[in-house]
Design a protein around this ligand. Sequence first.
Ligand code: NDP
Ligand code: 8X3
Length: 254
Amino acid sequence: MNKITLITGATSGIGQATAEKFAQNKHDLIITGRRTDRLENIAGELGSKYGISIFPAAFDIRHRGEVDEFIKNLPDEWKNIKILINNAGLAAGLDPIQEGNIDDWEQMIDTNIKGLLYITRAVAPMMIEQGGGHIINIGSIAGREVYASGNVYCATKHAVDALTKGMRIDLLPYGIKVTQIAPGLVETEFSIVRLKGDTDRAKKVYAGYDPLTGKDIAEAIYFATTLPEHVNINDLLIMPTAQANATTVFKKKH
Ligand code: NDP
Ligand code: 8X3
């Protein structure tokens, strides 16, 4: 097998672009997400284009039993995971706290925090057994700042920031690198999901400036994995040039 990289949430956006970047560089991939048809299409496409092996696993990262089942069913030759990219995540809704939808809150907490923890809890011991590895957590500018109606999403990404720091301390004796990549505005399906399918409103989030693309973030993730053994990028905050902070974006007038 080539170097094995596990990417969660590879059915669109940053995860899909990252799968392509690692496939180009001859990694064998475990890719996950809930949408089976997309996973299978991506696996077929990348496998034939780049001549690598791909193990697609469709499950909901919020459900501990499904994560356990995924790990249990992983064939032995796929257990030697060198790189884990904890990318699956979402924002659901954009409401002030007093009007928040509690189902949305639970979905974000269960996916962005608990899902990331379930996967990490399963994979970190495998890395320890192999004598090393690299865990990359996808954080956000929302993990550094809080903006209006971002409340729970921002809290989950602050949690990813804290968990990244905690993982780095706990995994230090085992030679496991832990990196956080924290993007600003990236045009993916993120806003369509957050705004519950309102594509017109989602398009406006990225109008009037050049947002980041999934590919931009994939390049940075890949770069972080190419450094010498003794070098680790702890944290990267990556913004579109037109974005200064969570709330200041320079948009061209139409
Ligand atoms: P997308 O909506 O395009 O991709 C999200 C991915 O997460 C999909 O593959 C989706 O797969 C997967 N996912 C969501 N929920 C679950 C679940 N319960 N179980 C398994 N997989 C799940 O958005 P992005 O690519 O933008 O988002 C990727 C990460 O980047 C997220 O963690 C997001 O918070 C973060 N981020 C995004 C930014 C942006 O501006 N776009 C900026 C900063 C960070 P499926 O639906 O098939 O399950
Ligand atoms: C996604 C970027 O600014 O919508 O994490 O929070 S933002």
